[in-house]
Design a protein around this ligand. Sequence first.
Ligand SMILES: [Fe+2]
Ligand SMILES: [Fe+2]
Length: 481
Amino acid sequence: MPEFEPGAKRNMADVDRFSKIPNNVNLTGDKRLQRALEAWQPAYLEWWNEMGPALAQDKDVWLRTAISVDADGWANFDYVKMPEYRWGIFLAHPIADRKIHFGDNIGKPVFQEVPGEFRNMLRRIIVTQADTEPASVEQQRQLAKTAPSLLDMRNLFQVNVEEGRHLWAMVYLLHAFFGKDGREEADELLRRRAGDPDKPRILGAFNQPCHDWVSFFAFTMFTDRDGKYQLASLAESGFDPLARTCKFMLTEEAHHLSVGETGLMRVVRRTAELMQQNPGKDVRALGGVDLPTIQKIINFWYTYSLDLFGGEISSNTADFFAASLKGRYREDLRAEHTAMGQVKRIPVVEDGKLVEKEVALRNALNESLRDDYVEDCERAVRRWNHELEKAGLPDRLALPSRRFHRHQGEYSRHAFDPAGNLIDAKVFQARHDEWLPSEADLAYLRSIMVPVHEIGKIAGWISAPARGVDGKPFDYEYVKL
Ligand SMILES: [Fe+2]
Ligand SMILES: [Fe+2]
């Protein structure tokens, strides 16, 4: 692998754009790997055709495609039919003489091969990340049919094809560094299905139904955002190919998060407008999404996404940090990079009461990463609340406590209310529909999801975005139906 100066402009010739699998990892130089990936490709396309978007597969969509990792190549816009999208393998440029910058191996050269004793754990981490990528495509499969505008439909497709590319990014690592086990895992990734009781996806959030666009925006806001924090801490990795892969995935991921955050903001803005224009009227009677329903959708996806960070107290995560394989969010901004001799206080349940427990920081790194995530989510909620404020409304949205409605970690064995108070499980059951979307709420949301396929038109429950995509106006033909 050639070395380049950090930030140096690379020649497009480094990118093999025209082979079966576009890549900047010199696949033609490794025939065995190339053959293995070319053998996986038809199975991937079969999966895409079966589980990819259930509409518009034969239509031209205004999509960006990564053709290199440089500023002028990673977002190349054109009309593309999704099955013809060029899913490629792109790693951020190597940094010359990169050194490990956290954990017990600090100061040593980065690993170019998988350290033997962490092989299984690293494979597990890559497979778990990889599994989320096709899962989300499966969860979002039916949404195009009810897109509130052509721009939204286009954004959905953009997210979907890039999740497909993220699967490629992870499958490359499995094939290139994990031999036969890696190839078997890559095959399994195409066999599991989101929500399938017999062969479900690995993580809970990725088996939940996502059948309306408010849920889609909450998914991209909260669940994709977990992905951002996982990828960011893996982008710090001392295993250089993983770091470089995740670094480039993060550029694409930023768009998914903005689809979610601005999507929810547009729903809130429309609801605020309806409330302001029709004081005292039921928002549902006006065809909008009432604030309590928005709050419940937030509660649902935010809490399932909190689970994705793993247990509050975790020795696996400590081992991984010690081995310099998974860092913390923005490790570069921290003053100290060993996480030794420090503690974190975590509330846990003991004898039926919440008490604070002191945990060695290395064992509390999942919770530290969750802290960064929660802060980011709080910022978005303030932005949505600003819409309510501007409309002169007293109502506000909020994130529930991180103890509420958890299925993983310390809090999963107990029931909590949205404020984080320990409650009886029976009380939780009795008040479930007050805090989380009921069947009736979801049925209502589905009932207002009528497709709007006319250029420049928007559904009544959401406001139009302030800007179009790639400098184009909102009334652009983003999908040629
Ligand atoms: Fe992704
Ligand atoms: Fe994503």
